[in-house]
Design a protein around this ligand. Sequence first.
Ligand code: SAM
Ligand code: SF4
Length: 352
Amino acid sequence: MTVVEMGIPAVRSGRPSLDGRPDTPYLLDRFGRVGRDLRVSITEKCSLRCTYCMPEEGLPEIPRHELLTADEIVRLVTLAVEELGVREVRFTGGEPLMRRDLEQIIAGCHEHVPDTPLAMTTNGVGLAHRAYDLAAAGLHRVNVSLDTVDRVDFATLTRRDRLDSALAGIRAARAAGLTPVKVNAVLMRQTLAGAPDLLRWCLDEGCELRFIEEMPLDADHEWARANMVTAAEVLEVLGARFELSETSRADPSAPAEKWLVDGGPATVGVIASVTRKFCDSCDRTRLTADGMLRSCLFSDQEFDVRQPMRSGADNHELATLWRGAMWQKAAGHGIDAEDFSPPERTMGAIGG
Ligand code: SAM
Ligand code: SF4
């Protein structure tokens, strides 16, 4: 199997150019955006196989020596916060709960950057057993990905019969104070009719539900714009059961567009990541599980921070590398362009 087939770009750029970059410590790009929100993928492994994300057999294993260790992750997160102006850190994957040292990673980050919110995106499977320990380690909140509350639909979409474990995980997260618990659902044709039931469940459980348009980041390359369920479609389906009224966006960099449900205060979000792109206000920077810096989900451009770190680079050198990586960030995802082609890495290999 070649590296490209594994979903990892074959060509990794060397040192990024800083030409024309103003002298600022922050993660500035050429379009005036500043990276404040760090997504850290910590594994390629997952307990589910969502069809819009993973291949049936899962992603190829990252060789152990290429995976960032807990100490390396803590060092890079600390650097990002202290030297680069990152304000929020979210752990993702693959499935972050697949790492046994997750509590250690969280505790290490919390110890070094105690004032920075630490969040996690998870499928919730097995979370019930770890929610309290994760909260005690310093995790602030979780987003749980859940597309349906119908057991058969869940098993079909995720290729695993684990709905009960996911629901138990969400309840445990709330009980452990990992709040607000947000539930993210990818809009799929098979689960669209069940969207009102999912919203009802989230309202009853005190979780904020957000629907997300499916992006062309699936390992099976089945995504097609023509088949994609749009934000407008889910609003129509939800509107048949609930009264929805639009709210204004408090934070312009927040992708969710919120709707009050039945007069509020509960809301439902619809993230139209494809049909109403929000690249102009993107404040993300990303670190992959094998130690690559990425500035955009959709660009194959990434910069190796693992190798310099393991070769003894000091914090100043690593910070310069990260600033340069951000300075190369593309203007937008280009999904609508005729020559658009999806990135080599799929969502599970980048970290959503
Ligand atoms: N396993 C964890 C989970 O599912 O929450 C974290 C990793 S997962 C890659 C992060 C997020 O990406 C999830 O909310 C998932 O629904 C979303 N995602 C995966 N593939 C996607 C796609 N093709 N389009 C849009 N969102 C996607
Ligand atoms: Fe696993 Fe999350 Fe991808 Fe589903 S979306 S296959 S839970 S990484």
